[in-house]
Ligand binder design. Structure first.
Ligand code: SIN
Length: 351
């Protein structure tokens, strides 16, 4: 009888522990940087001309009480500003803190809240320097937190749901907005005001968020996160890389200014398939001889820039299908490792 009741209590304990384990919530840390998701306007009907980066990380969480039923959430404030004001120092602080947290058992995933204007740049930067398979999700909003039908609260709930899900592991940094999941390398902001602004022009999104859970349909194939050669742990800043824009009849003073004021690299937002005017090519050929790394990308918004014999001759590289702002991120990181052009071109084909 005694043995029977002992066995009974033992199975009861096992059952309870099993239930507790199954119900254990993922631990998600929110690293907040500001943006419209934390923005405020004087009235709920004012959807433009508001102030970005007004609410704290804790206020964002408090606005979504149901978050506590899907994850154990903690928050840290990395910055609180419009994303156009973020600096390389902010990036490095964010990346280093993310790596610290992800290395610990106290964190299953990270959500970065961010302004949407430069969100794709930070997403790709983190995609190249985070050293973990655990999910890192970056999220913003198109309407300030004070707005009628603000999109921030649902976006945040979805981001936390995706960051806490096992299916999100190993897919690189994910951008979650408007119920859609896009890959950091591929996504771009396409509309100044619409909540459906983040899109992946060449390949489409990775999946949906349905009731705060991710549903994936494809996965990125370019190397990312722990499979890259970039290590920012000891960096205090990043090399300067400028972007120059090709226009019909445009002059080359901007190119010259970049060169004379100390840029180490230049991304040319070329017309069409990364085309340069003859005058631009002449200035950049000279600069390239003096050590400037020139990479041709395209201002078209999608598609691959292919090699051209005219531009291979002076040693210009190509950005694959990265848009100019993402090509800049990769070139900055590449320059922390090497100045060898063949090596840098390999990186553009790898990441
Ligand atoms: C910003 O990028 O900080 C402002 C715009 C936005 O978050 O949508």
């Amino acid at each position: 009888m005694k043995i029977k009741s002992l066995l009974y209590s033992f199975s009861l304990v096992m059952l309870m522990t099993g239930a507790a384990f199954a119900a254990e919530l993922p631990k998600v840390t929110i690293l907040a940087t500001g943006g419209t998701i934390a923005g405020a306007a004087p009235s709920s009907t004012q959807l433009t001309d508001y102030k970005a980066g007004e609410l704290t990380a804790q206020q964002l969480i408090d606005a979504v009480p149901s978050i506590s039923s899907i994850a154990k959430v903690s928050a840290e404030q990395i910055a609180n500003t419009g994303s156009g004001n973020l600096t390389f120092e902010d990036w490095l602080k964010l990346a280093k803190r993310a790596n610290e947290l992800l290395a610990s058992d106290a964190c299953d995933g990270i959500v970065v809240t961010h302004g949407t204007d430069t969100l794709e740049e930070t997403a790709y930067f983190l995609n190249l320097v985070v050293k973990s398979d655990k999910p890192v999700v970056i999220v913003g909003a198109m309407r300030p937190a004070t707005a009628i039908s603000a999109d921030g609260p649902l976006n945040l709930l979805n981001a936390v749901g995706v960051a806490g899900a096992r299916e999100s592991c190993g897919k690189g940094v994910l951008v979650v907005m408007n119920g859609q999941i896009n890959a950091a390398r591929e996504v771009t902001k396409t509309n100044t005001l619409s909540v459906e602004t983040f899109k992946t022009p060449d390949f489409g999104m990775l999946g949906y968020v349905i009731d705060y859970k991710p549903v994936f349909y494809r996965t990125p194939v370019r190397k990312h996160t722990k499979d890259t050669e970039f290590d920012v742990s000891k960096l205090t800043t990043l090399p300067r890389v400028d972007i120059a824009y090709q226009t019909l009849g445009g002059d080359v003073d901007m190119h010259k200014a970049s060169v004379s004021s100390g840029a180490e690299g230049l991304i040319e937002a070329g017309s069409g398939c990364g085309s340069l005017s003859n005058v631009s090519r002449a200035v950049l050929t000279e600069a390239s001889k003096n050590g400037l790394i020139v990479v041709r990308s395209s201002r078209t918004g999608s598609g691959m820039v292919t090699p051209s014999s005219k531009d291979a001759e002076p040693g210009f590289l190509t950005a694959d299908n990265l848009n100019p702002q993402k090509a800049r991120v990769l070139l900055m990181l590449a320059l922390t490792v090497t100045r060898d052009k063949a090596e840098i071109q390999r990186m553009f084909a790898t990441y």
